[in-house]
Design a protein around this ligand. Structure first.
Ligand SMILES: Cc1cc2nc3c(=O)[nH]c(=O)nc-3n(C[C@H](O)[C@H](O)[C@H](O)COP(=O)(O)OP(=O)(O)OC[C@H]3O[C@@H](n4cnc5c(N)ncnc54)[C@H](O)[C@@H]3O)c2cc1C
Length: 362
């Protein structure tokens, strides 16, 4: 690799909702694409992780998507078109957005490492190397699926997959399927698969279903709790683990069909199924791990941003700034890991980082 490093003020790493919001605000603050800022995105197309979502996730079954700043989704998709696949609609919206604002996005480019070089940060990618004064990291979670370890996992003769690799329920027709997890994805997969297969649903803790009427208040309270955690340097927890799951018509229909029959977590995986601590066993052909994702931050490891407990202490108005290195902002992380949070965080990070570096309009 050449030692030549392209000088740039701010690199945004990741071109999903959080990265695009940051780019929009950097441009508004007067930074120019190229020497001022650039977005590096690993994905081949616009759309962030939405381009990879499973086909049955439609605009009707997504939770709720918030518009990017400055241009509404409705300009691209009629709000009545709820049956459209999220993996088609969101990328089309992001593409129109990138074109409208002429955002400087360089893809597909994977950032491999970010290292401290005194005044500057060296950013190594699978293409060029850059020397930046600051970074806004917006790499999401899709590239870091999380599967907890249970003894016997390697003995299982059936198929194991994570939500990340789930495509369609048809693949599981007539099979015995264990679904692990208490989040929204676990429930959507359970709903689809249980129409075609025998399912066993296991979760570590009993899921907490909440009245959707309290949704916005619970959402705000959950974000505040996650924000408090990251400000203390603790690992962020998923927002659902703090809010509970809204009791939707789909959940009520599953309850009526008798598939919301939650079992506690098994203690062991055998060659042919799962075993609980009391020795009870269940045969299974497939285990689907709907056990969430962690933040994809491995490329930042050389910066040593983590505390001893593994968390990263965050500061700044919306807790996007890394306390150990104020030149580094994380957006779409912790309290901003939602489309609305990512939007706001992009703006806050752009303003704080340009102010910190003494560049752009005030
Ligand atoms: C199944 C699922 C459903 C969801 N549904 C909703 C919902 O309905 N409503 C909601 O508000 N939130 C939802 N979320 C959460 C939501 O996806 C996020 O909050 C938001 O879309 C994430 O945006 P982001 O920009 O942070 O990340 P992403 O959309 O993941 O974008 C990150 C981008 O960074 C790129 N990247 C990653 N690593 C690198 C690297 N090393 N170098 C360069 N580029 C890199 C990726 O390729 C990707 O393009 C859902 C999440 C999941 C997993």
């Amino acid at each position: 690799m050449s030692n030549l490093a392209y000088k740039i003020d701010i690199l945004v790493i990741g071109g999903g909702q959080a990265g695009l919001s940051a780019a929009y605000h950097l441009q508004k603050l007067g930074l120019t694409g190229g020497r001022g800022f650039l977005v590096l995105d690993k994905s081949p197309q616009p759309g962030g992780a939405w381009q990879y979502r499973w086909p049955s996730l439609t605009m009707k079954t997504v939770n709720r998507l918030h518009d990017l700043p400055g241009m509404g989704f409705a300009e691209v998709l009629d709000p009545g078109q709820t049956e459209v696949r999220a993996a088609k609609a969101v990328p089309a919206y992001f593409k129109a957005y990138e074109d409208r604002f002429h955002l400087p996005i360089y893809r597909p480019v994977t950032t491999r490492l970010v290292c401290n070089r005194g005044e500057r940060l060296r950013v190594e990618t699978d293409h060029e190397t850059f020397s930046a004064r600051g970074i806004i990291n917006a790499t999401g979670t899709w590239d870091a699926p999380q599967i907890p370890y249970y003894p016997g996992r390697e003995l299982f003769q059936g198929r194991q997959l994570h939500t990340h690799d789930y495509q369609t329920a048809d693949e599981f027709m007539g099979k015995r399927v264990v679904i692990v997890g208490a989040g929204i994805s676990a429930l959507q997969i359970l709903d689809e698969v249980s129409h075609l297969a025998d399912t066993i649903w296991v979760t570590r803790r009993p899921p907490e279903f909440v009245d959707p009427a309290f949704g916005p208040d619970l959402g705000r309270a959950a974000v505040a709790k996650v924000e408090q955690r990251v400000r203390q340097g603790l690992a962020p927890r998923s927002v659902v683990s703090v809010t509970g799951i809204p009791r939707s018509p789909a959940i009520e229909a599953m309850e009526a069909r008798g598939v919301l029959n939650r079992r506690p977590m098994f203690s062991e995986i055998t060659a042919t199924g799962i075993r609980w601590p009391d020795g009870t066993e269940a045969a299974a052909d497939v285990i689907i791990w709907a056990t969430g994702f962690r933040s994809a931050l491995d490329h930042l490891a050389p910066l040593q941003l983590r505390e001893e407990n593994g968390g990263i202490t965050m500061t700044g108005r919306l807790a996007t700034q890394v306390a150990r290195d104020p030149r580094v902002h994380l957006v779409g992380y912790g309290p901003s890991a939602s489309t609305i949070g990512a939007n706001r965080a992009g703006g806050a990070a752009a303003r704080e980082l340009t102010r910190h570096l003494g560049i752009g309009k005030t």
